[in-house]
Design a protein around this ligand. Structure first.
Ligand SMILES: [Zn+2]
Length: 289
């Protein structure tokens, strides 16, 4: 799911044409205390996960159009070369053949497709790998991350190449927030799906301590949480509402003043559903139904 820089620019232009004023999510949430009236129609741009391409492609577009945005960061991935487990699994499966008897792959084997016939021993196609990732979601995120680490230890040739960095770095975060254009919200420490976490200590670390990380980074932190995958649990929800002033979900739609700030809706825009004015309008229109 990607948005091209051109599509993002079109989204910004089109939002303005519809009469929506781009403002910080934080400003919208603060309207009661600030005494400043909100625009009749406001739009807040948000980006999840803290991908490096937010700096490379989105930031120049935001700057050119003077459009504020909030990026929800996975704090323990900042300044590392790590990435999310689905990307690691995808690269593993589409570039390597999984050895038949190596115990390091025992966790993965039940989720692999059965391929028979000549050429059965080959890396997977993108769609096949996508299906494996969907099946792996029945496991806890930390289990998969640990298992991947063990694979890299026993089979260093399977380890991701150290060339690319997919997540934002501290200098990039500083630059984007310097003129107040970008603010940072919390998207957990490791992007663990909260409904899969059995351990309360980890749940607290992922939700509460993530805000400490953001504040320690000394950047423009805003106490807004964003649920990874949109997955919510009762205990997690309680910790979120006692730590943050609002939370974004993956639910689609508008937010009105006075709505539940812990159940903020959004429009999930990507090139597949909003590359043209017509498709963007259709996507937004569907969100109104
Ligand atoms: Zn995410």
């Amino acid at each position: 799911m990607v948005t091209s820089p051109q599509a993002l620019e079109n989204h910004i232009r089109f939002a303005r044409k519809l009469g929506a004023e781009p403002i910080h999510l934080n400003e919208w949430l603060n309207h009661d205390g600030q005494g400043r009236p909100l625009p009749r129609l406001a739009v807040a741009f948000t980006f999840d996960d803290g991908w490096q391409d937010n700096y490379q492609y989105a930031y120049p577009a935001l700057k050119a159009h003077n459009t504020p945005a909030t990026i929800f960061l996975v704090t323990r991935l900042i300044d590392t070369k790590k990435t999310f487990w689905p990307e690691q699994v995808l690269s593993l499966l589409t570039t390597h053949c999984i050895p038949e008897n190596a115990p390091a792959f025992d966790w993965l084997r039940p989720h692999l497709p059965t391929i028979t016939g000549p050429g059965a021993n080959r890396p997977l196609l993108l769609l096949e790998a996508d299906e494996v990732i969907a099946r792996l979601k029945s496991l806890e995120d930390a289990t998969i991350i640990d298992a991947l680490e063990k694979v890299y230890e026993s089979h260093p040739e399977f380890a991701p190449t150290p060339s690319g960095r997919s997540i934002l770095s501290s200098p990039e975060l500083t630059e984007m927030s310097r003129d107040g254009l970008v603010m940072y919200g919390a998207h957990t420490r490791h992007h663990y799906r909260l409904n899969r976490l059995k351990d309360e200590k980890t749940l607290k670390e992922e939700i509460v301590d993530c805000l400490d990380d953001l504040r320690h980074m000394g950047k423009s932190a805003t106490p807004v949480f964003c649920y990874p995958n949109g997955d919510i649990t009762g205990k997690g929800e309680h910790l979120v509402s006692s730590t943050y002033k609002a939370a974004c979900t993956t639910k689609t739609g508008w937010n009105h003043t006075g709505c539940n700030p812990y159940d903020l809706h959004r429009f999930n825009l990507h090139d597949g559903n909003s590359h043209s004015k017509r498709t963007l309008l259709a996507t937004i229109g569907r969100g109104l139904l």
